[in-house]
Every structure is written in C-alpha cells, then in structure tokens.
Unconditional design. Sequence first.
Length: 272
Amino acid sequence: MQPRAFDAAGVAHETAGVHARIVSLVPSITETLFALHLDGQIVGRTGFCVHPRDKVRAVRKVGGTKAVNLDAVRALRPTHLIVNIDENERDTVEQLRACVPHIVVTHPQTPQDNLALYALLGAIFDCDQQAQRLSEMLEDRLRAAATHAFTAQSVLYLIWREPWMTVARDTYIAAMLRLVNWRTLPDVQGGAAGAARYPTLDFDAAPWLAGVDRILLSSEPYRFTSTHRDALARDPRLAGKRIELIDGEMVSWYGVRAIEGVDYLMRRASAA
C-alpha cells in the first residue's frame, strides 16, 4: 500500500485498516476524530479531551497533554498516536515511538490549515467523505468572514495571570482573531530571535498598551471569570479599555471546532 498523506513532520502515512487503534493526546483532535465518525477506533485520550462530552466518557484516559502516562498508552496497544507540536512534549513522543507503529504529528497554525488537517486524517483513517464535508463547512465560514467588513480592533488576548501572558501574532489564536479584523498586541512574532510565542507582559512596561481597544480574557488555559474582569476594569492603567470574557475553546481549538469558532467570532465582532 502506497503512502497517501504527509503529516506536519513530513512523515508519509498509509491508509489504516478498520482495526486501527487510535490514542489522541490533543483535545481538539479527539473532538475531530469523533466528528469523522471514528468512534470505534479511538481507544485513548487525555483528561483534557472533553468533547464530545457524551462520547469521550467511554474512552480511557492516559494522563494530560504534557504529563502523559506512558504505561497507560502502552497498555492500550495503539496502532496510531496523534500528537501536536505545541501541545505535547517531544521527549514523551520519542519514548512512545518504540511501542506505537504510527505517530501522526499535527501543527495547524492558521484556520486555513484545518483543511489540510481534515484531509490528513481522512486519508489515514479512510474517511475522506466525512473529511470533505468538514472542509466544505469550514470553507463556507472562511468565505463569509472574508467578505464581511469588520471594524478594525487592536486586542490584548490574555491566556494567563501571575504572570500575565498573551499571544504572539504567529499563533493560531492570533490568526483566528484576524479573520474578524482583530489584531493582537504586542506586535511580536514568536519565531523572531528571543521572542516567545506566548510572551509575558507587565502593564507598567508596555508602551503599546495605549493602542489596545479591548482586552479579551480567555476561558483557557487559565479560566478567567467575571471576578477577574471586574478587577481589571478597576485598574487605572486600563481605564477606557473594553474588557470582556471570551470562549478560549472557540478561538484556540482547531479541527472541527474551527467551524463553530469562526461563526462565534463573527457574531462577537458584528455585535461590537
């Protein structure tokens, strides 16, 4: 059987048989596998793989995205392990190579990259028709976003506190926000020398803060609440800024969630 698809690491993968046993270490990929109707082949997932809620309960947990229980993975005898460059540790993946025949590496960096992700999973797990359906749905949303005139906004997207952390412009999150003409500050690229993809910040040492129109408090990985929003609204350094909560899953989860995520952001931006 000839290789049909190349993953984010450049590795060619053949089509798996109906007896494939899949362990996913990526929450958004786990959700996507179910959307591709692969329920019977998913044998392992992380504790952070919580969607779809009614189906993941039946799948064994193998730890977290970073703290993976290697023995639990081995015990499941997977044929395929699906990982992500940003979310999983390289050392963990290398240790599992000895017992997992096929490791599929993913790394979507823009909403459009989900089209290739759908095609990759469709080719490997012989569900091209379902993958094409997802592609058509996402392409429809992307076209709608591209033809809508959204008001330009400069946003500070916060993902953590103590220390405060945000996102660089070459992250998937920033690319999603750009679909609705929301540009992230600070204007940094994580690939630049010495720059982090998820930089820390100090409100007292951020001259660009004056240019921020709105501050978005994500529900993950740190679960910001209305209490945090109200506290920031009282901070004199942020006077005049619009501060609001935002669903982090809709913005940061790729795969099938991107379809709903684009709709979510379009509604948010249109109501602004």
